[in-house]
Ligand binder design. Sequence first.
Ligand code: ZN
Length: 339
Amino acid sequence: MFPATVAGSLPKPSWLAEPDKLWPKWRLEGADLAQGKLDATLLAVKMQEDAGIDIVCDGEMSRQHFVHGFLEFVHGIDFGNKVEMGIRADRYKAMVPVVTSALSLKGRVHQSEAKHMRAHTQRKIKITLPGPMTISDTIADRHYGDKVKMAMAFADLLNKEARALEADGVDIIQFDEPAFNVFMDEVPGWGIEAMHRAIDGLKCTTAVHICYGYGIKANIDWKNSLGSEWTQYEKIFPALAKSKINQISLEAINSRVPLRLLSLLDGKDVLIGVIDVATDAIETPEQVAQVIADVMKFVPKERIVASTNCGMAPMKRQIAEAKVKALGAGAKLAREKFA
Ligand code: ZN
């Protein structure tokens, strides 16, 4: 009961990439970089195991950014002439690559780290992929002429990689869809359909992570503008509850999402954020167990998974490690108290 997992990313070691950055530059090249990514993956796995995390991630050590780490492996995208685009409904400006022809995969995307993890841990392993709606919101289009058509093309590529990851021994494949919290009407409209295309034929557990973003300034300012109760999820939870996705990951601690909304996710496992990634203050196991207790009022306890609010990539490494320890200890305490 109350297994623990992280949302996905962890800070990279400073010998691998620039620390404390969301888009860090690599500090190794060529064969050294390839080996360094795997070495860092192993450290991330060990750190999670030692902290008592039940479902371990690769920490996204092999990708510079959660969206572009996938896009690098896709034919039909021009990375040489990036254009500035307002993303997440103009919450931030980013320099994004451009789709210039029909999309196809260059080969495997996350095979190395998936196999490396599978070879080195007995625990369940999870790999994250960017969701089709979020990808389509993080890239410019000069080929498809239609956002939905382009998203479906990405969904087919994601499906191909997801099926291969399942064959590599990955237990859980999670799609990160922060855009689900931006385009509320489009989620029931076509977002879920794109997700279903991405998970088509998978037998492993599937998850979707939705959130209010990393703890960076643009997100903190946006959250401050949303009022005292964040009820946007009311619009998308019924559609998610009806979907074929097994698990929904979202933030809870220090969030203004009213927990009563979780009852709209009837039938789903809920990965509940018990660790705040927007503050360096380290949670106590008691705080973590309290969030789990609060969530138990709305979600059956056998469906609760303890997680982080979002990825930890831009955090300081020591802070992230202390938070992951608090996560493991808090889930254990909750098991002792409520199981
Ligand atoms: Zn997130």
